[in-house]
Design a protein around this ligand. Structure first.
Ligand SMILES: C[S@@+](CC[C@H](N)C(=O)[O-])C[C@H]1O[C@@H](n2cnc3c(N)ncnc32)[C@H](O)[C@@H]1O
Length: 246
């Protein structure tokens, strides 16, 4: 008997061993940007507290949990939260899933690793969608509305020496992100990148981006980058002063 072809998005990607609950069309299916993060994420996971901001289907948080992390996933979309819970159950991993605005549901907590694939696609306006499929894509006119908030939150949610991994498009400005992270006291570098043809969402926006001068005429190649930023390690307590005996 022939094997049935895989029907679910996770089964068709490099993470072929992972199955996934069928996602609602408003929930972002894991794709290139998701998978660009996973190779960098996995080695950091054993024994680590991992926070996935904007979890979607929960793919990154589930991968972290499978790799030995204590994982927490946050998303603003109730459909994403439900999907992430299904996927954690499907993979039999414990996953704490919270609904809310970025770090709000984990206020006061610290994590060894924060991973995020935020909505970063430059949009027609700065108004962010309150619901629907585009909430996973739109990042305001410059694509940075959510991205900058994720970067700025790093010092409060990272434990000393902790690592932030965040993916975004080169269209948003890679140097701007690196400068921003360094200004708030983290070390920052490009840890991975790739180029690939525009997907449907950027193709729909190409004329608008060309008109704004963000995209060179005819260019239909997207540059994806993963930034890795590290919080300062805790400074050791000063050695007790020994009174000098003269
Ligand atoms: C590009 S998708 C990434 C999904 C998943 N992490 C992945 O890599 O496949 C961005 C996710 O961020 C969520 N999101 C958008 N605005 C948010 C906010 N203010 N707080 C938390 N999550 C948000 C969206 O609902 C969406 O699931």
């Amino acid at each position: 008997m022939g094997r049935r072809p895989p029907r679910r998005p996770w089964a068709q990607k490099p993470e072929g061993h992972l199955r996934a609950a069928a996602a609602h069309p408003w929930v972002y299916p894991p794709q290139r940007d998701t998978w660009l993060l996973t190779d960098l994420l996995r080695p950091l996971c054993p024994g680590a507290r991992v926070l996935d901001l904007g979890t979607g289907t929960g793919a990154l948080a589930v991968i972290a949990a499978l790799a030995g992390a204590t994982a927490t996933a946050v998303d603003i979309s109730p459909l994403a939260v439900a999907t992430a819970r299904c996927n954690a159950a499907l993979h039999r991993v414990p996953l704490r899933v919270r609904r809310g605005d970025l770090t709000a549901p984990v206020t006061g907590e610290q994590f060894d690793v924060v991973v995020s694939n935020p909505p970063y696609v430059p949009a027609a306006t700065d108004e962010l969608p309150g619901r629907g499929r585009l909430r996973a894509f739109d990042g305001g006119r410059d694509g940075r509305a959510l991205l900058d908030r994720v970067l700025d939150s790093a010092p409060t949610v990272l434990s000393p020496g902790g690592t932030l991994l965040v993916v975004h498009s080169g269209l948003c400005g890679v140097d701007e992100s690196l400068d921003r992270l360094r200004r708030i006291g983290l070390t920052a570098e490009v840890a991975a990148q790739c180029h690939h043809p525009f997907g449907p969402e950027l193709t729909r926006r190409a004329a608008m981006l060309e008109a704004r001068g963000v995209l060179a005429p005819g260019d239909r190649t997207e540059h994806l980058v993963v930034l890795r930023a590290t919080a300062r390690a805790a400074t050791p307590a000063p050695a007790p002063q020994v009174p000098s005996v003269t």
